[in-house]
Design a protein around this ligand. Structure first.
Ligand SMILES: Cc1cc2nc3c(=O)[nH]c(=O)nc-3n(C[C@H](O)[C@H](O)[C@H](O)COP(=O)(O)O)c2cc1C
Length: 191
């Protein structure tokens, strides 16, 4: 029998989410980065991603004014920098100076991306959904930039090479990716 835990997310929705770093420019052109796990792919066509930010974050105001953001996927070796991006605020800190990471100006959207992280998704803001504590920003993907050595079959980023970080809101732990369990759209046919 299942136990009802009520309408809440933290500590109850245990499914790990991928760690994404949202990069933006502030009104003075200072690049900023924040850790945001409430988000992911939300449309295949037009290719779009969504991320939910609280108004209290510096990044929220940057997205509202610049109408663009990038979502950067760190490899596990950057776990300290990724976590720091979720602790400090761009309101009073230059997070790129502190971490030593490099903010590269996107040539497609009004936002920077992180040179050292293997994947950068460049998004133009298309929808803003007021949800309550969080505001969901939906961005159409203008380009996905991937380090060439992470690619297989020409233009497919390899999950194991990218080595993303997962975050569990249940215990606040970061995890690496685990073993392969089976192929989607195939293993179900074996039933
Ligand atoms: C693992 C992790 C996930 C987070 N996910 C979110 C999120 O999805 N939305 C959000 O508003 N804040 C999230 N945060 C908190 C922000 O990253 C944090 O408030 C940050 O300092 C905001 O930076 P900024 O003020 O420079 O924008 C997360 C923090 C961590 C460590």
């Amino acid at each position: 029998m299942k136990k009802s835990l009520g309408s809440k997310t933290m500590k109850t929705v245990v499914f790990p989410t991928v760690v994404m770093i949202v990069c933006t420019y502030d009104e003075n052109g200072k690049p900023n980065a924040m850790n945001a796990c409430w988000g992911g792919i939300c449309s295949s066509s037009p290719a779009s991603m969504a991320v939910s930010l609280r108004k209290a974050t510096y990044s929220y105001h940057n997205i509202v004014s610049r109408k663009a953001f990038t979502l950067n996927i760190p490899s596990s070796k950057y776990i300290k920098e990724a976590d720091y991006f979720g602790i400090a605020s761009g309101k009073d800190t230059d997070k790129f100076a502190k971490t030593g990471l490099t903010a590269v100006k996107s040539d497609l959207v009004d936002a920077p991306y992180i040179k050292e992280f293997p994947v950068a998704v460049e998004c133009v803001l298309t929808h803003t959904v007021e949800l309550g504590l969080h505001t969901q920003f939906i961005g159409e993907i203008m380009d996905v930039k991937v380090d060439e050595e992470m690619l297989i079959k020409g233009d497919v980023p390899d999950t194991e090479k990218v080595d993303p970080i997962l975050f569990s809101p249940e215990n606040m732990n970061y995890y690496g990716i685990g073993q392969v369990l089976g192929k989607a759209f195939e293993i179900g046919k074996m039933l």
